[in-house]
Design a protein around this ligand. Structure first.
Ligand code: ADP
Ligand code: ZN
Length: 527
């Protein structure tokens, strides 16, 4: 049946209506399609759900020859090809899931000019055999999806992506379109440089997701009580709760189930078939709360995810943006909620510093974590802070983040900071926040007595603030770079260069006042 196949006279808009069933182009899609169909190179930065696929699918249909789509995600490739076939587009993929015969059949169709789009994994594309196959085919376009994989700065680095310049070298007349949803400035620069896209036109969409409400709260204890309060605002709705480790995923999922919710765990350590079942249930049933590590979510296209909660600190602002971006794809009001404590910062620092990565990479990750802390502790508009990270100006006062809805009060924390810093100093820079708070508040714990910290001048000087307030002070000192975490010594806090002016009374500090929460007794002290 060839009635659905595009004719040479088709316009982009015809194809949009007839093949894809959409009434109008969105945002910059029309301009991108026109530019690429006309043979121009393009770099497209568009948030997840923005509609990147059409930006190369329609030019693929408009141009003579086949479009080669480089994609690193096998599952996504298959979904897209399936969807295209259903609307009559001649699409196929080549990846490791195909048997020899199936692959050979696809190759034959490629050579006979019977394909409009061919999706292929980068490692396959770069084989000498495949490249020489391409020499014998008629090529219309190269689309490089998830182009940020070329960047070492990002979190999905794929070394093969760096070799994709070969496409331009061998086929200089075939236009290229690179697409990504990761748009921070360093990544963008690296994509341009590594893929040789200096002359490509850049299409940068706004990354704002106005229907998502951002909230950041300090952790209480293990953070699940605050989570339960949050989830109570979303009864029967679908959402994702991200946790830092597999163990955390399991324990949080269990607690949510106990609280009567339909919660399912998902992490890379689980049996693949159970994982697949849980994913399918999340997509098909209403009101499932998926408790997951970041292994979950890539390529999940569920429009009505009403909330994304982080019960632990994510690794970076990009990660946070990507993960929260899975909420509210349908445009309806949705929430991004994050709870974090200093314990998370300690764990993440440990993961980074004790990880396999090289020194340079580690420093980079630590810097990213610091930026995220800055975001968490900001008293300004969260949306503005988030978008600034992506190089986008936003006027602030968005009216749809915690700080805009109830502007945080701030207080002069200079004196408290000085007490906190001298507690760190006097105890030898060897202790974590729990013990330091005990010293400041004058708690005669076993540990305090063992180290004779009740003899120190700082002992009990901070009785005016409660446990929660002191933790907030320490968190903000860390976020502001006035205190550092010593990962080698189990997360002991220590002074930095920036501590000195505060200790000497040469600098003043203001801290955000924590919103009052209903006290429900003391939680775990291990935050
Ligand atoms: P991305 O790859 O940027 O995450 P997709 O290409 O998967 O986004 O598109 C996201 C969703 O938006 C899809 O369900 C797609 O059908 C829909 N979509 C894309 N463009 C349009 C449009 N012009 N009009 C209506 N829906 C669109
Ligand atoms: Zn705001």
């Amino acid at each position: 049946d060839t009635t659905d196949l595009p004719q040479m006279t088709d316009t982009a808009l015809d194809l949009l209506h007839r093949i894809f069933g959409h009434g109008a182009f969105r945002g910059e899609q029309a301009e991108i399609v026109e530019h690429v169909a006309g043979g121009g190179d393009a770099l497209v930065l568009m948030p997840t759900g923005g509609g990147k696929s059409l930006c190369y699918q329609i030019p693929a249909l408009l141009r003579d020859g086949v479009a080669i789509v480089v994609s690193p995600l096998i599952a996504l490739m298959q979904d897209q090809v399936e969807a295209l076939r259903q609307v009559g587009v001649r699409a196929a993929f080549l990846n490791s899931t195909l048997g020899g015969e199936e692959a050979a059949a696809v190759e034959q169709r490629l050579l006979r000019g019977e394909l409009d789009l061919l999706y292929v994994a980068p490692e396959r594309l770069l084989t000498g055999r495949f490249l020489s196959l391409l020499e014998r085919a008629k090529l219309g376009l190269f689309a490089i999806d998830e182009a940020h994989c070329v960047s070492q700065w990002g979190h999905d680095f794929r070394p093969e992506y760096r070799q994709l310049t070969v496409l331009h070298e061998r086929w200089p007349d075939v236009p290229r379109i690179a697409l990504t949803a990761t748009a921070d400035a360093p990544t963008r620069r690296e994509i341009v440089e590594r893929l040789g896209l200096e002359d490509a036109r850049q299409f940068v969409s706004s990354f704002d997701r106005p229907n998502i409400r951002y909230t950041v709260v300090p952790k209480d204890g293990a953070g699940t009580r605050a989570l339960l309060d949050f989830l109570a605002r979303h009864p029967g709705q679908s959402g994702i709760v991200y946790a830092m480790s597999r163990k955390r995923v399991e324990s949080v999922a269990e607690q949510l189930c106990k609280a009567g919710m339909k919660a399912l765990p998902y992490h890379a350590g689980m049996d693949a078939s159970i994982r697949a079942t849980n994913q399918r249930r999340f997509l098909q049933e209403d009101g499932i709360v998926m408790v997951a590590t970041i292994a979950f979510g890539m390529g999940i296209d569920k429009p009505d995810v009403r909330f994304v909660a982080h019960v632990d600190l994510p690794k970076s602002i990009e990660g946070y943006y990507q993960e929260t971006g899975r909420a509210g794809r349908d445009g309806d009001a949705s929430e991004a909620w994050l709870s974090y404590g200093l314990g998370d910062v300690v764990s993440l620092r440990q993961m980074i510093e004790q990880g396999e990565a090289g020194e340079e990479r580690k420093l980079l990750e630590l810097r990213k974590l610091d930026s995220l802390l800055g975001f968490c502790e900001t008293t300004g508009c969260r949306r503005q802070a988030l978008l600034r990270w992506f190089g986008e100006e936003h006027a602030g006062a968005c009216g749809n983040c915690d700080n805009c809805i109830s502007p945080p009060q701030s207080w002069d924390g200079t004196e408290a900071a000085r007490k906190a810093l001298s507690a760190i100093y006097r105890t030898g820079q060897r202790f974590g926040v729990g013990h330091l708070v005990d010293v400041l508040r004058g708690a005669k714990t076993e540990k305090v007595q063992q180290f004779r910290h009740d003899q120190l001048a700082v002992f009990g000087v901070g009785a005016d603030l409660d446990d929660r307030q002191w933790r907030s002070v320490f968190r903000q000192l860390v976020a502001g770079g006035h205190v550092d975490i010593d990962v080698e010594h189990f997360g002991a806090l220590r002074l930095t260069e920036a501590s000195r002016p505060v200790l000497k009374g040469e600098a003043t500090l203001r801290f955000r006042t924590e919103p009052k929460t209903v006290s429900r007794g003391r939680g775990s002290r291990r935050t």
